[in-house]
Design a protein around this ligand. Structure first.
Ligand code: 0O2
Length: 232
């Protein structure tokens, strides 16, 4: 025999939870969460597409020229907190449409190469592909940031093919050498050290700038040595 269902006592935690979950606001929250998950999954698919493009190029170079231009590929989806922080900081509306229109770095793919020349060679190969559209390019290798930061940044748009639709997604591609990655990771740590005394922060930034320059010289020289070795 089915036990008779007792109504939850007014004001009890269970009752309040049930009311909250069935309220209009909760339904809106659930819908928004579902929409957010779907949007992020499209960006995840875009990351997969871009990673594959780079892996295919690396594989082809490995068989054709017996070398791998890519050392590592690192990818990330921007966190919900960073998305909200960036929308607020830039004064954009905090809506789904605004994320897709205004933010170009929800999906990020970082391609790390041993040699600087391979960065430009890979960027060229990717941009020649007929399903890749270049939105913007920032060459922080030819024009390093004041703090010494170097990398080639491309914002590209690529199609992803879903069950019943094709969507165009933007992906930020950062191409850099192992030395540039090493430097950027250390500099990133400095940026988030908020309790560093100002004099020490300034001195460290100066040392980092000097390291960036030495590191760029090392990249240059290693590239020249490779050209000599491969030319023999
Ligand atoms: P995360 O966690 O890596 O995503 P904006 O993104 O609006 O602040 P902008 O001009 O759109 O700036 O982008 P920009 O300058 O092309 O660079 C964006 C990303 O490049 C950063 O993302 C970093 O990953 C990297 N980057 C740029 N400048 C520096 C730098 O001086 N030092 C280091 N370590 N990384 C840098 P996020 O969103 O800051 O972080």
């Amino acid at each position: 025999m089915k036990a008779e269902e007792k109504p939850l006592p007014e004001g009890s935690l269970e009752r309040r939870l049930l009311d909250a979950l069935t309220s209009g606001e909760a339904v809106r929250t659930r819908d928004a969460l579902e929409k957010f998950r779907r949007m992020m999954s499209y960006y995840k698919c875009a990351i997969m597409e871009v990673e594959t493009k780079f892996r295919v190029l690396d594989e082809q170079f490995s068989t054709r020229h017996e070398r791998n231009p890519i050392d590592t590929i690192k990818s990330r989806l921007k966190s919900p907190e960073s998305i909200l922080e960036k929308l607020t900081r830039k004064g954009f509306p905090r809506t789904f449409a605004s994320v897709e229109q205004n933010l170009t770095d929800i999906a990020g793919v970082r391609v790390i190469c041993s040699f600087k020349d391979d960065i430009y060679m890979l960027a060229d190969c990717i941009l020649k592909q007929d399903d890749v559209k270049l939105i913007t390019a920032k060459d922080y290798i030819k024009n390093p940031k004041e703090n010494g930061y170097r990398s080639l940044h491309l914002i590209i748009e690529i199609p992803i093919f879903l069950q019943d639709e094709k969507r165009f997604m933007k992906v930020e591609v950062q191409l850099r050498t192992i030395a540039m990655e090493f430097w950027a990771n250390l500099e990133h740590k400095l940026r988030y050290k908020k309790n560093l005394p100002p004099e020490l922060a300034a001195a460290t930034a100066k040392r980092l700038l000097s390291c960036a320059e030495k590191s760029a010289q090392l990249d240059e020289e290693m590239g020249q040595i490779r050209t000599v070795i491969e030319g023999v």
